[in-house]
Design a protein around this ligand. Structure first.
Ligand code: SAM
Ligand code: SF4
Length: 501
């Protein structure tokens, strides 16, 4: 389950794939599951497009820039189509754009949204079969399966295969293997993408998805349209995966979901169902697991029981990412965030009353339609009031299908950029002050790597701060180990220290 597993049984003629991931941790972890699935199907992962038979992009469409990057990458590599490579688009852009991708990038053969990943093996088989039938050696160019009403095992709609003759690109010859296959489940699926073949890239800390999709429909956000409706795994399956990871030597787990605290245990036996806080605590109590993180929390569903769990279970990290988006109740209403500034601050107060100091981080959107100078000033004031340890701030980007698309995007880009700069400059000052407070304190870090050029080790604290530290030559802290470090200096985004020997 770590590194790039290789299925040795397939020999020299093994099919190869290259996978590039754009976007958030959810996408990174989805890619780990896709890699594991493909390897199980006999593919071998390679590091460059040049060496791959199958080229996949796991895409993000959260902001326009992210989406553009995907299409730029596709157009950079279209030259490889002539070499017989197969291109596939996975993830949010795939779900959002659907078959329109075939018009914009005609050399793409596979389009698959995240709600359909569990069908990937089936889709790959159909694609391979269809390409074989479409090859110049094949006696006939057959339509493999173009009936959308056909159903796969378990009653789920089967992926649609469209052969060259049925696409608008009749200009391309059949020998170009222009077979197209789509997995575009609607947002009504109840299934999660669970697989035992996850190819985790880090051998010490790993992700576990506990909930997929989102039902919140914030006015600006594509996620409910691209990732489908909210659906949770059973606590039993999450805990089994956590135990399995612990057995493999993992010591840190991050529970993932667009909205982890709206987790609803889908366990069949109601008496065994766990709330999110109970699941969090249970993962923190798995023998061998030393750190548990979770991402992302929605303020509306953030209960006091989460803070109580952090208080009670030492393995739960003292860090909460609680995106606020705006400090103005008026803007929160327009964004359909379902809480007010006061309610958000109430949750902050719960965290500030915790036994351990909890580090708080957030996301902010500037320039949402209708945001006035005074709304923006309220957001700046909130930064001061909360004292965040990190802020991820974004210029509002109008997204397809979202309710806010109907609102006039009247704030010019230059003004959005100005607000972003002001906000980040203010936050930098706040962080400089906050990080200084750690000087002289002792922190436990998980060692992530060694920076040879700087003669330092890179560590991460429980409150999710980077702590770069030096160690005497006689010591050589290993990646994945835990080490005590005394903080000797600070910067706005990291700490400096020395190993305690
Ligand atoms: N589920 C999380 C929540 O409710 O806070 C956020 C998930 S979203 C993938 C990550 C962040 O992207 C959001 O918190 C928001 O700040 C930002 N974001 C989402 N849609 C955006 C848009 N249309 N324009 C700018 N930023 C956006
Ligand atoms: Fe998007 Fe809102 Fe869902 Fe977060 S809670 S993923 S911002 S719709």
């Amino acid at each position: 389950m770590s590194g790039v597993p290789q299925n040795a049984s397939k020999g020299a003629a093994q099919k190869t794939f290259y996978l590039e991931t754009f976007g958030c941790q959810m996408n990174v972890h989805d890619s780990e599951k896709v890699v594991g699935t493909l390897v199980q199907e006999g593919y071998r992962q390679v590091e460059t497009v040049e060496h791959a038979d199958l080229v996949l992009y796991n895409t993000c469409s959260i902001r326009d820039k992210a989406e553009q990057k995907v299409f730029n990458r596709l157009s950079d590599y279209k030259k490889y189509k002539a070499q017989g490579k197969t291109f596939g688009v996975l993830g949010c852009v795939a779900q959002q754009e659907g078959e329109k991708i075939f018009e914009r990038a005609p050399y793409v053969s596979l389009v698959c949204g995240s709600a359909s990943y569990r069908k990937l093996p089936e889709m790959l088989h159909q694609l391979e079969d269809a390409q074989l039938q479409n090859s110049p050696q094949s006696p006939a160019i057959g339509s493999i399966d173009s009936n959308p009403s056909n159903t796969a095992k378990g009653g789920a709609p089967a992926p649609v295969v469209v052969t060259a003759a049925k696409t608008r690109d009749s200009g391309l010859a059949a020998r170009d293997s222009l077979v197209r296959i789509t997995g575009l489940d609607d947002r009504e699926t109840d299934a999660c993408f669970e697989t035992e073949f996850t190819a985790r890239t880090n051998p010490h800390r790993g992700y576990i998805t506990i909930i997929e999709g989102c039902d919140k429909f914030c006015a600006y956000c594509v996620v409910p349209y691209t990732r489908g409706k909210e659906r949770s795994r059973t606590s039993a399956s999450v805990l089994a995966e956590a135990r399995q990871m612990a057995d493999l030597g993992y010591t840190e787990i991050q529970l993932l979901g667009q909205n982890v605290n709206s987790y609803k245990d889908s366990e069949g036996n109601p008496s065994k169902r766990k709330t999110f806080a109970e699941l969090l605590a249970a993962v923190g109590e798995v023998p061998g697991i030393r750190r548990v993180r979770f991402m992302t929390s929605h303020p509306r569903d953030f209960g006091r029981d989460i803070v109580e769990a952090i208080d009670a279970v030492p393995a739960l990290c003292d860090h909460v990412h609680l995106p606020v988006q705006s400090g103005s109740t008026r803007m929160l209403g327009a964004m359909q965030r379902l809480y007010t500034r006061e309610q958000y601050l109430e949750r902050i107060a719960w965290m500030k009353a915790a036994k351990r100091e909890i580090s708080i981080t957030t996301d902010v959107i500037v320039g949402f339609p209708g945001e006035t100078e005074s709304d923006f000033a309220e957001t700046l004031g909130l930064l001061e009031e909360v004292g965040y340890d990190a802020v991820f701030a974004f210029k509002y980007s109008p997204r397809p299908n979202t309710p806010s698309l109907k609102l006039e995007d009247a704030i010019p880009d230059a003004e959005k950029a100005r607000r972003l700069d002001v906000l980040m400059a203010r936050q930098r000052e706040i962080q400089s002050t906050r990080y200084k407070r750690y000087i002289g304190t002792r922190c436990e870090v998980m060692v992530e790597a060694r920076n040879d050029a700087r003669g330092q080790y890179i560590g991460r604290t429980s409150h999710n701060k980077t702590l770069n530290f030096t160690a005497p030559q006689s010591e050589n802290p290993k990646s994945g180990s835990y080490a005590p470090v005394v903080v000797t200096g600070s910067f706005p985004n990291s700490l400096l220290g020395e190993l305690v020997v």
